[in-house]
Design a protein around this ligand. Structure first.
Ligand code: GLN
Ligand code: ZN
Length: 765
């Protein structure tokens, strides 16, 4: 019999129950008991779902009130000293509120302290809390939660497989604090606790423990490769069976290393890395099981069961009982249940599978290759084949005009008419801006009134005309405020936008939106990514009337505002029937038309935001260049249709771009605005070895805090920038959009910023 299992299930709940209860708990609206009860109910219901679907084991350990990596940190007693939890750690009972304080800085009980850093989990949109590691740190088993959850599952009659972030990936995700040292120095002490955990699980009757080691799909230094061997030899004596789970890519140069680990089984990603399956099997030892992840855990498309069966049959012949089946990775990264999407059209629904549906796919596949199908399996198989055939041929997906336009792209299309040096003269003549021009990143505060108007419009309580009139009032207000502040390049303020990707997706063909397609982003936060299902086109202009209206209110050059192709791609579920690069180019061409229409309407400054450019980088450095090539080309395609005198801006909000500075320069935007204020102009170190050729606005106003930046501070920051970049190429602006701030903070902050620019002009004109 082929074992079917999953690496993890979404924990937020089909109705986002977990989000609602944790947020209520933080506010003090529900008790700890109510919070725990909801957590338990969700776990039970998720196990029930897995068992009812026919999986052979249920996944325990994938639940977390905030983050599964944080859970491991807590379990290892890696609670930074500022949280004052020494007592809790030493008695093996770190409190849930302590974990919440680590995550958010505060909780209903305990003293507030600076939260731990949060960052993206590999190349997903899920954010984990970064373990803090310091030299000589000692670890100890500091939480019983996992064992309680195992007990819960056993009591309820389930067969649990425990899942846990593996020791090396946990260390790999961690950051050293204080004195610099080698994180691997901590490995032995970490392994002591893992050994304890595994022994405890064994006494509870657990047979299988899955240790997630996705670090194995990345470029590992030699010392880390060797540490893998050492660590797993040490854990070999644990009285449980270990399944080392790898996902998000190919093992690559870690292949032999991984297959040599003395463990009872391996899980590999056969969606992202279909080519590695056979070579892994070649190297497997005769007692090891191989869990093949063939159902996509990162995307929402229905699996082609017939094709997968063909793919699996030879593997079954080679592996027999040792073949296991699973989704490629934890289902944390997909929405919960497609059956809730009653408003999506039936044809589209038919092409999709969310977490709940993926369970059925895995189970049916296992039965198909075992020749023990039920009538339900046969029905699923034929329904999948039918749906996939329809999808392949659907006129909603393939628009000949789009492929023809893509095929006709020439190298010329991604190049501006003249190089920057020449364009800048044309722009200076047309725009007549002062030295150190001031601008903002696009959005102004999204007030309660704006949100209420949008809700009323969506609910049908406000007519289209009334809604648009309301938004025009907001735009007029934002423009008037900017005039009063004396900003040189005003924006319309983005009042009409719900979200920077959704707003465009809703107006483009080829995009669909779900009602409940929530995916956990971090803690209680969820995002609802659009689904790009078909060729992308722009039926009508999307932003032109707003920008035109805003321009009509001022003599200053109004900046038009668009979200770039890479960011739209990156924050959506994308097609799996063509390369990402192709989809990105399609979006780019749609945006190119918008850019040209803005220019025609008299908008001579146009910003194309690309905050997600960096996060699209592949996990392996060897694949970076290929990605950057098409990402940069896509941006250029969207921007390059305008004349020399139209100024193209872009914006990115992260400070670590030293390693992709070449690609950022290759975008050839006339002006780039970036985040720097928090990192004290460290960003500009990137310009030490690389002379950034165009104009740049290093963000001097940190919009992530409510604090009003003072004038002197901003002048000092700009003077640091002046050490690397001449005054003629510097802009003065905040480091990101202002939508999360209130007017009461924004106005004095911008007034100071404008004053800082004046002082700079006096000093350096
Ligand atoms: N133009 C957008 C805004 O100002 C940019 C948002 C972002 O950088 N994420 O809100
Ligand atoms: Zn930003």
């Amino acid at each position: 019999m082929t074992v079917s299992h999953i690496l993890g299930y979404p924990r937020i709940g089909a109705q986002r129950e977990l989000k609602k209860v944790t947020e209520a708990y933080w506010k003090g609206d529900v008790t700890r008991e109510a919070l725990e009860a909801t957590g338990q109910a969700l776990r039970l219901s998720h196990w029930q779902t897995q068992q009812a679907a026919g999986l052979d084991m249920v996944s325990v350990g994938d639940f977390a009130f905030y983050d599964q990596v944080l859970n491991v940190s807590v379990m290892l007693g890696a609670v930074p000293a500022r949280f004052n939890a020494q007592q809790e750690v030493s008695t093996g009972s770190v409190d849930l509120d302590t974990a919440f304080r680590m995550a958010r800085g505060r909780a209903p009980s305990g003293t507030p302290a600076a939260a731990c850093e949060m960052t993206k989990y590999f190349d997903t949109n899920y954010h984990y809390l970064v373990p803090e590691l310091h030299k000589g740190q000692a670890f100890t088993l500091a939480s019983q939660r996992l064992f309680d959850e195992v007990e819960e599952a056993l009591q309820a009659g389930f067969t649990p497989k425990v899942t846990l972030t593996g020791p090396l990936t946990w260390l790999w995700l961690g950051k050293t604090k204080g004195q610099e040292f080698d994180r691997l120095e901590l490995l032995d002490s970490v392994l002591d606790v893992y050994s304890d955990i595994l022994s405890r699980l064994a006494t509870q009757g657990i047979e299988w423990v899955q240790l997630d080691e996705p670090a194995l799909v990345q470029d590992l230094p030699l010392a880390w490769q060797q540490a893998y061997e050492r660590a797993y030899h040490r854990l070999q004596s644990a009285p449980v069976k270990l399944l080392v789970a790898t996902y998000f890519g190919a093992l690559g140069d870690n292949l032999s290393l991984t297959t040599r680990l003395p463990v009872d089984g391996l899980h590999i990603d056969a969606v992202r890395a279909p080519g590695q399956v056979e070579s892994v099997i070649d190297r497997l030892s005769p007692h090891q099981v191989l869990s093949v992840g063939l159902v996509d855990g990162r995307n929402i498309w229905r699996a082609d069961l017939a094709a997968l069966r063909e793919r699996l049959l030879p593997l079954k012949v080679r592996l027999g009982q040792r073949l296991w089946l699973a989704p490629s990775c934890s289902l944390l990264h997909v929405p919960v249940d497609l059956r809730q999407e009653t408003e999506l059209d039936a044809e589209l629904v038919n092409w999709l599978a969310f977490a709940r549906q993926k369970l059925d796919e895995v189970v049916t596949l296992a039965r198909l290759i075992d020749n023990r199908t039920t009538p339900a399996d046969e029905q699923r198989l034929s329904a999948a084949t039918r749906a996939l055939d329809e999808r392949r041929e659907s006129a909603r997906i393939h628009q000949p005009a789009v492929s023809e336009r893509l095929a006709a792209i020439t190298a010329q299309d991604s190049q501006r008419q003249s190089p920057y040096a020449q364009r800048s003269h044309a722009q200076r003549r047309l725009l007549a801006l002062p030295l150190f021009p001031t601008t903002t990143i696009g959005s102004f505060p999204q007030t309660d009134a704006i949100r209420a108007a949008r809700r009323a419009f969506k609910a049908g309580e406000l007519s289209q005309a009334d809604y648009e009139a309301r938004m025009r009032e907001e735009i007029a207000y934002a423009v008037e405020r900017q005039e009063a502040l004396g900003l040189d390049v005003p924006v319309h303020g983005e009042a009409e936008r719900n979200d920077m990707v959704e707003y465009f997706g809703e107006q483009l063909d080829g995009f669909a939106f779900t009602r409940f397609g929530w995916v956990q982003s971090y803690g209680s936060r969820c995002v609802k990514p659009p689904i790009i299902f078909g060729d992308v086109t722009r039926p009508t202009p999307m932003t032109v009337r707003w920008s035109e209206y805003a321009q009509s209110l001022t003599q200053k050059p109004m900046k038009g505002m668009l979200t770039g192709p890479v960011t739209i791609l990156q924050w959506s579920f994308v097609r799996d029937d063509q390369p990402r690069a192709t989809t990105c180019r399609q979006i780019a061409l749609a945006l190119r038309d918008e850019v040209c229409d803005l220019e025609k309407a008299g908008i001579h400054v146009i910003q194309i935001d690309e905050p997600a450019l960096r996060e699209g980088l592949p996990l392996r450095q060897s694949e970076w260049q290929a990605y950057l090539d098409w990402a940069v080309e896509s941006f250029q395609l969207s921007a390059a249709g305008v004349s020399d005198s139209t100024q193209i801006h872009t914006h990115m909000c992260y400070s670590e771009f030293n390693d992709i500075i070449g690609a950022i320069a290759a975008l050839d935007a006339d002006v780039i605005t970036i985040e720097t204020s928090r990192s004290d102009m460290q960003l500009l170190n990137a310009f030490q070895d690389f002379a950034y050729p165009n104009e740049i606005g290093p963000g001097v106003y940190d919009i992530h805090t409510p604090n009003i930046p003072d004038i002197e501070w901003m002048v000092t920051l700009m003077e640091k920038a002046l050490e690397k970049i001449p005054a003629e190429r510097l802009w003065v602006n905040p480091d990101c959009g202002l939508k999360t701030r209130g007017w009461a903070e924004v106005e004095p902050a911008l007034a100071n910023m404008v004053e800082a620019a004046h002082q700079l002009r006096q000093r350096y004109a």
